[in-house]
Write a protein that binds this ligand. Structure first.
Ligand code: HEM
Length: 205
């Protein structure tokens, strides 16, 4: 669970980095170039993408399974006394399910049309299509709001997930405070970064 989480956190950094190139004022040139490379490079398409999909499926299947096991293991619900555990650490399954619902919408928005373009309709690769598709999606205010709410929950999920996954694999920093600081910087940067991309394209028409 922890290893797949760390793998997905690395993926998010590269995904955000690519998305941030869509903010460069070059009319989408850089973003289109990178997206085209990612979309047609055989190593990315036939090796990295299937590994990523397996990682995503493994992470949420294990998350749901472990939650089910935990609930079964305790006869009565926990009574939370004044513990130091935060709301988000007790509700990782909830934030995880919101991210999963977001992913379903996200795949419907971007991944499914791309698969259709390449493998079903078999259209000629038009290198300049990615930027326009991105802008078109975020012209819809409902979609932009749903995305931004999901990014807040993703940030909370990552905040607790990073600290706990590092502990699970035995990576301990000299102080708990340092790990918490790294988790805060990472999760806030990811949530704000994706939000900036969505909001930028919403207002750029
Ligand atoms: C503003 C925010 C985001 C934008 C604009 C965006 C955009 C995109 C685009 C254009 C694709 C490519 C589809 C394709 O050509 O195959 C994609 C794929 C994907 N996105 Fe996002 N994304 C965003 C946020 C996220 C977040 C927060 C997550 C995870 C929680 C995520 C997970 C994925 C996954 C797993 C894929 C499939 C990767 C693949 O095609 O290999 N995205 N996204």
């Amino acid at each position: 669970m922890a290893l797949s989480g760390i793998f997905l956190m690395v993926f998010l950094v590269q995904h955000l980095a690519i998305n941030l190139t869509s903010l460069i004022p070059d009319n989408g040139y850089t973003f289109n170039k990178i997206s085209h490379f990612m979309g047609y490079n055989p190593v990315v398409q036939f090796i990295l993408q299937p590994i990523l999909m397996l990682g995503v499926c493994f992470h949420f299947t294990m998350g749901i399974f472990l939650e089910y096991q935990n609930r079964r293991a305790r006869k009565s619900k926990y009574v939370f006394h004044k513990t130091r555990s935060s709301w988000i650490s007790k509700n990782m399954i909830l934030s995880g399910l919101v991210v999963l619902a977001f992913l379903a919408l996200h795949f419907y928005d971007f991944w499914v049309p791309e698969m259709d373009y390449k493998y079903v309709s078999k259209l000629i690769p038009a290198e300049d299509r990615y930027y326009h598709e991105l802008q078109e999606k975020f012209h819809n205010s409902t979609r932009t709001v749903i995305y931004c709410i999901s990014f807040v929950l993703l940030g909370l999920h990552l905040n607790h997930g990073l600290a706990s996954s590092f502990q699970s694999v035995g990576v301990t920093t000299s102080s708990q405070k340092k790990l918490k600081l790294i988790a805060n910087i990472y999760s806030i940067s990811i949530a704000i970064g994706f939000t900036v991309v969505a909001v930028f394209h919403y207002f750029s028409h």
